[in-house]
Design a protein. Structure first.
Length: 184
């Protein structure tokens, strides 16, 4: 069942930036990511920010305005990391599995699954990060590898653990409706 859920939300392919988009769910709008020819949903009243460092494009859909505060507590980060084999010596799917293994060795994973669709291979995992003296956060990561292009998409939704159940109602929608270009 989890694999079917993962497949349903993970890998909708958006190959042409000019294609018309399906209607956004009520309370959401589409946020185009021209740098990677992809789109994400943005809840009404939430904020969007993007950044670029080297071969990594970062996109943020957050409940708090990180342009003002420099941080957020609830939101989605999508990193598009290009040229993974050149940087790591590994294909993106192997690199993603090793990242999930590293998370499993550091945290008690609440769940972990993997799937494949088209050129994409994905691994999904969830954990609670409870640093000493700080509020715990729940983190849901989906690492989407395209070995054909050498790209890894890292989708990370996080929220304070005390508000996770409510926040996840939004986070799950954001992850289910990502439209990623399979040629990036």
């Amino acid at each position: 069942m989890r694999t079917l859920i993962l497949l349903s939300f993970l890998l909708s392919v958006f190959c042409h930036a000019q294609e018309s988009l399906p209607p956004a769910p009520m309370g959401y709008s589409w946020q185009r990511l021209p740098a990677i020819k992809s789109v994400l949903l943005k809840p009404e009243g939430w904020f969007y920010k993007e950044s670029k460092k080297g071969t990594t494009d970062g996109f943020f859909i957050t409940k708090q305005d990180i342009s003002k505060s420099g941080a957020f507590t609830t939101g989605l980060t999508l990193n598009c990391i290009r040229e993974v084999p050149k940087k790591s010596g590994k294909v993106p799917s192997r690199y993603a599995q090793e990242m999930a293994d590293a998370a499993a060795s550091k945290y008690n994973l609440a769940e972990r699954s993997s799937s494949e669709q088209g050129p994409f291979r994905a691994v999904r995992f969830r954990y609670v990060d409870a640093p000493a003296g700080k509020e715990s956060i729940t983190v849901n990561q989906v690492l989407i590898a395209n070995d054909k292009t050498g790209t890894l998409f890292m989708a990370i939704f996080e929220a304070p653990t005390k508000t996770w159940d409510e926040a996840w109602k939004t986070g799950e929608v954001l992850l289910k409706k990502m439209l990623l270009d399979d040629e990036i």
